[in-house]
Ligand binder design. Structure first.
Ligand SMILES: [Zn+2]
Length: 733
């Protein structure tokens, strides 16, 4: 049968995927006679659709998998999807809002189940997209990050870290709404402009300006800008301040953060109740004194104001300061930005105990593995980013106040912890919020457990860390793990650590390929946790691709309206062209604009290859090839072919994917088609053996890059040989 005039990707892509699947090409076996080659697919977010970055990632990893498979290795590429805690929960809540609901309409358990259903539907979409890309993944090993085995591993790791003394509860600043009784993620907070009085208060010989005089009991310094000549000499000294209950001393610190134009240029520093002061406090080693409780009332440190709500206390404090002559002036029309929760309440930046992992002992071996070259990072210049990050890493806050995620296995006895702040949905459907001891006067522990939304445990709470529930009178922590804590164990989880045959055979994996922007968030955590649990880094090589930007070179974002949907490009140009275009774009590993022109170019290239095959195919069918040719042109193209094999191999070994693609493009288009085919057009049959060999090798070399058109041509020309993906990789002599 004659080949069609043009290559139409729409006629072939789905059929070829089915042929690979039916042949079970990508199902890996634990074949100890062969060398394993493993890649763990960075799991795309299960709640969304694939973006261009995912497409690039799949293209590069598929090149590696097909190349190594054809070289005879036992390849395993494991797919999966990620629950993406905060992001997914927020996406789901946007959906709920359309129905007039929020997470507060559900108890914890019901909300989790609702998100689960929502994610399952989207997960199928993402998996369909990975498949459509032609990704040679092993679907029989597909996993989702919230499956029971993953949850179990992650909880056990936390327990082990705790037993090894690497877990502690520490202060962390969060956006807390005392009225809602819960914390909010940064992106859930709204900032509104509001006019409030700005009070100028005398602090010894200095005057500070603040809108929150009631937090003054938590001041642990005053700060000025070091470049502000008015106050330069004060830095490092102590001032004596006349307060509401006697005199006290405060240190004057210098910090660039202070805006000399705000108020008098002197600010009070209250690390427990302001995110900027919190940062300054850490930098200058200031004490953190808590003035406001989780219920929104002032603490003991406020003396006679203790127990008052923030607004009542503010008024009384101002009145008393005025009476003492400590207010210099009041600006009644100060307009400023205020953080409010979804319900419009003022958000109280609050120090809440969160769970931390100590980094020091974990980072050392992870740093050494890279410094000693046991783990190599490509492009090489990214190595420094990794080293810098690891050298400066802080302890890691791993708890998140989300429902959607892996619940931390920490337990609070209701008897030992009367001060837990609990919010739950009562049997009559109302939300009840308060101190546990008080709630237990009117409700049973069972009711509270059943309707539990969120609990907050003050710093002094007694807890047990254990994968199993220690006793019936316990409430489980409602915080979940930071998604990076669970995905930091992904290579282990997906390979069935510690007992499975997969783990024994395929670990450590060969290449971890991902976008450079998650080098610190993800790659470093996998390194630390992988080494901690197994003694070995989870991968030998790391390849980091650049970020795909919009056509205009800016970051893609919904608000700019410049987001590119890869599926439109697949429809128009085919998977091969999209893959090649993106791979060519990331030549340097730096960020790059979406390469539309290249994609158009590679669609033409797919067609060129098709036409080269149409030229050669008739003489192959005629089977009139002679043995080795002594013709000069034949000798030339065969020699060039040898060079191409060498160059493609050497580029791939150095992770230079764009370079390898370019070599193949140049050879096929400009040497094979433009020069050689022109020269032999009148002696095609005589040259048939050389033509056959040239096409055969080009198809094999190009297959990892453009799997569809090569497989389609192969079927037209070399059908008797089976699938192209099952052929051997060409070797140069
Ligand atoms: Zn609120």
């Amino acid at each position: 049968m004659q080949m069609q005039k043009n290559y139409d990707h729409k006629l072939y892509e789905e059929e070829i995927i089915k042929r690979w699947e039916e042949a079970g090409i990508f199902k890996a076996r634990n074949d100890t006679a062969k060398k394993p080659f493993t890649i763990v697919l960075p799991p795309p977010n299960a709640s969304g659709k694939m973006h261009t970055g995912n497409v690039l990632m799949i293209a590069i990893e598929d090149i590696l998998i097909r190349w190594h498979k054809m070289k005879g290795e036992e390849t395993l590429w494991i797919p999966g999807t990620d629950h993406a805690g905060t992001e997914t929960q927020i996406t789901f809540e946007r959906e709920l809002k359309k129905q007039g609901k929020s997470r507060f309409s559900y108890n914890r358990q019901d909300f989790y189940e609702e998100v689960w259903k929502f994610v399952q539907a989207n997960k199928t979409l993402v998996e369909g997209q990975i498949r459509r890309m032609g990704a040679g993944v092993d679907w029989s090993r597909n996993k989702f990050t919230l499956e029971p085995e993953v949850v179990s591993l992650v909880c056990k790791t936390f327990e082990k870290l705790y037993q090894d003394g690497l877990v502690y509860r520490g202060d962390y600043m969060v956006n807390y709404c005392p009225k809602c009784g819960t914390t909010y993620a940064d992106i859930e907070i709204n900032h509104i402009e509001r006019v409030d009085p700005l009070y100028y208060i005398k602090y010894g010989s200095l005057v500070v300006a603040t809108v929150r005089p009631e937090t003054k009991f938590g001041d642990t310094a005053v700060a000025v800008n070091p470049a502000d000549t008015r106050y330069k000499d004060w830095i490092g000294s102590e001032i004596e301040v006349e307060g509401l209950s006697g005199k006290f001393k405060l240190k004057v610190i210098g910090d660039e953060f202070v805006d000399p134009k705000f108020g008098t240029g002197v600010v009070k520093v209250t690390p427990a109740h302001d995110p900027n002061d919190y940062e300054m406090g850490k930098k200058h080693n200031l004490a953190t004194v808590k003035v406001i409780e989780l219920n929104g009332k002032l603490t003991e440190v406020a003396g006679k104001y203790a127990g008052l709500s923030v607004f009542t206390a503010r008024k009384q404090v101002v009145d008393d300061l005025k009476a003492k002559g400590l207010i210099d002036k009041v600006d009644e029309h100060y307009s400023h930005s205020v953080a409010v929760c979804k319900a419009g309440h003022d958000v109280e930046p609050t120090i809440l105990p969160n769970w931390f992992v100590k980094m020091d002992s974990l980072r050392k071996p992870a740093l050494e593995a890279v410094k000693e070259g046991r783990v190599k990072i490509y492009p090489k210049w990214r190595t420094l980013t990794y080293i810098r990050w690891m050298e400066n890493i802080h302890d890691w806050a791993i708890s998140r106040q989300n429902i959607w995620g892996i619940r931390i296995p920490v337990w609070y006895s209701s008897k030992e912890n009367p001060n837990l702040i609990v919010s739950f949905i009562n049997t009559d459907g109302t939300v009840v919020n308060g101190r546990l001891a008080e709630l237990l006067r009117n409700y049973t522990l069972e009711d509270i457990k059943k309707g539990l939304q969120v609990l907050m445990a003050p710093a002094e709470s007694k807890y047990k860390i254990s994968v199993e529930k220690p006793s019936e009178d316990c409430l489980q922590e409602t915080d979940t793990f930071d998604t990076w804590f669970s995905s930091g164990q992904w290579p282990l989880a997906i390979l069935g650590y510690p007992e499975s045959e997969d783990f024994k055979y395929f670990y450590p994996t060969n290449v971890l390929e991902t976008g450079w922007e998650i080098l610190s968030k993800w790659v470093s955590r996998m390194m630390m946790l992988g080494i901690y649990l197994t003694g070995e880094p989870p991968f030998k090589n790391v390849y980091l691709h650049g970020i795909v930007r919009a056509l205009d070179g800016r970051k893609m974002s919904k608000s700019l309206g410049n987001v590119i949907n890869p599926e439109e490009y697949i429809d128009e140009f085919g998977v091969d062209a999209l893959r090649m275009g993106l791979v060519a774009g990331t030549a340097t590993g730096k960020d790059f604009s979406f390469p539309r022109d290249r994609i158009v170019g590679y669609k033409k290239f797919a067609n060129k290859l098709w036409n080269v095959a149409r030229f050669i195919e008739p003489v192959l069918a005629a089977k009139q090839s002679s043995d080795s040719s002594t013709n000069e042109d034949d000798q030339w193209i065969l020699h060039e072919l040898e060079l191409v094999i060498e160059k493609v191999d050497s580029s791939l070994e150095k992770y230079r994917f764009a370079e390898a693609a370019e070599i193949l493009y140049e050879f096929i288009w400009h040497k094979l088609a433009d020069v050689y085919l022109e020269k032999v057009k009148d002696r095609r049959e005589e040259a048939s053996q050389t033509l056959s060999k040239a096409l055969d090798i080009c198809l094999r070399l190009l297959h990892p890059f453009m799997p569809f058109v090569t497989e389609a041509v192969w079927k037209e020309v070399f059908l008797d040989e089976g699938l192209l993906i099952s052929q051997e990789w060409p070797e140069s002599k």
